[in-house]
Design a protein around this ligand. Structure first.
Ligand code: NAD
Ligand code: DAU
Length: 354
């Protein structure tokens, strides 16, 4: 749909977050003729440190804005006249959604609708070459039993406030396509891991706790299964779908890489012992079984054959390579970890941006 040699302006929402920062970096470096506008509210999960290496590039601009504020969004659309939106901004952590569902409705549902309205208003019927790309999750499909995979046809059946809010936003994107002819594409991806992930999610939390010799809180019996994808492979898929995906289509993205939590944690412990020169078994001793997450989905696993067949995408990094790279990154970026866990960076942003 898009011609990557044309000049384009693309707004990436949530570009200071984990996946968003990888998407921004990839697009800024790969498409010098595109203007990438990173629209991010810099919540606890947004961190401009994630983009230090590209922040001086002439085709990159940061705009601090909140997608729940329609006037701010309008003003940014007027200023930049975007050709496309890649929408990643969201409240993304399931455990937080259990504590505070409304925050998830506000950002994930209402914020998405404000963006859709801005696209409708500014593109009108001139939608040739325009695209709203909504980044969603496999969690909208609910949970699997021992076997089977989520396909694009699996009915939505979300179980947590987070997944319910993401499912709702997916429905609104589709509805704007059907009702107003908005050109859109949606992808539903499995669990990502890699650099710059806020240490509240399983892998970076456990790496940080192992470094600091703190307990590793495994929920329930640990026999929950997730399908892990290296974040840089997700960014590659997003680039591909943005340019080559069909309007009105959904693509599932996954790692073909299922792990029970407890097995993954044991592999992580053993690798960390080696990297930290600790005797074998040291990190495993930190494993502590704790109360289960309410509504905990048993198993996620993605059938990513459609994106493979139609767009030629498949993961390029094995789990062994990806996990080793990830551990090395956190070990070599202790200051980043200290900064985000101490909250210093939020105090700094408060001073900078009010
Ligand atoms: P993240 O929590 O690391 O980053 C979210 C970003 O959005 C942050 O930079 C934050 O500041 C920004 N943001 C939050 N609320 C905002 C608001 N109201 N206005 C503007 N910006 C706001 O999230 P992530 O893990 O990078 O996930 C990005 C997207 O991908 C989300 O939509 C998530 O649902 C989806 N997703 C994530 C995963 C995963 O494993 N992390 C997997 C599949 C899909
Ligand atoms: O599947 C895609 C989703 O993956 C994304 O949409 C979400 O944004 C992302 O947060 C992630 O959701 P999960 O709930 O699967 O990820 P999390 O890292 O929180 O948990 C992974 C598994 O590990 C899950 O079964 C819960 C378990 N867990 C998690 C934490 C934080 C623990 O056992 N202990 C923990 O401390």
């Amino acid at each position: 749909m898009e011609n990557p040699t044309e000049n384009k302006t693309i707004i990436v929402t949530g570009g200071a977050g984990f996946i968003g920062s990888h998407v921004v970096r990839l697009m800024v470096n790969k498409y010098p003729n595109y203007h990438i506008v990173n629209l991010d509210a810099l919540t606890y999960a947004g961190n401009l440190e994630n983009l230090r290496d590209i922040e001086e590039k002439p085709n990159y601009t940061f705009e601090k804005a909140d997608i729940t504020e329609p006037e701010a969004i309008r003003e940014i659309f007027i200023r930049y006249k975007p050709d496309g939106v890649i929408h990643l901004a969201a409240e993304s952590h399931v455990d937080r959604s259990i504590k505070d569902p409304l925050a998830f409705v506000n950002t994930n549902v209402l914020g998405t609708i404000h963006l859709l309205n801005a696209c409708r208003e500014f593109w009108g019927n001139e939608t040739h070459g325009k695209r709203f790309y909504h980044i969603s999750t496999d969690e909208v499909y609910g949970t699997l039993g021992e076997d089977g995979l989520f396909t694009e046809e699996t009915p939505y059946d979300p179980n947590s406030p987070y997944s319910a809010s993401k499912a709702s936003s997916d429905h609104f994107v589709r509805a704007y396509g059907e009702t107003y002819g908005l050109p859109y594409v949606i992808t539903n991806c499995s669990n990502n891991y890699g650099s710059f992930q806020f240490p509240e999610k399983l892998i970076p939390l456990f790496i940080n706790n192992i470094i600091n010799e703190k307990p590793l809180p495994v929920y329930g019996d640990g026999n929950y299964t997730r399908d892990w994808l290296f974040v840089e492979d997700h960014a590659i898929a997003i680039d591909l779908v943005y340019h080559l995906g069909q309007n009105g289509e959904t693509y599932n993205i996954g790692g073909f890489n299922e792990w029970k939590n407890i097995d993954l944690v044991k592999v992580l412990c053993s690798l960390m012992d080696q990297k930290l020169n600790r005797s074998p078994g040291t990190s495993e001793n930190l494993i502590t079984y704790v109360k289960d997450r309410p509504g905990h989905d048993k198993r996620y696993a993605i059938d990513a054959s459609k994106i493979n067949r139609e767009l030629g995408w498949k993961p390029s990094v094995t789990f062994e390579e990806g996990l080793a790279k990830t551990i090395d990154w956190y070990l070599n970026n202790g200051d980043w970890l200290k900064n985000v866990t101490s909250g210093n960076y939020r105090d700094y942003y408060k001073k900078m941006y009010g």
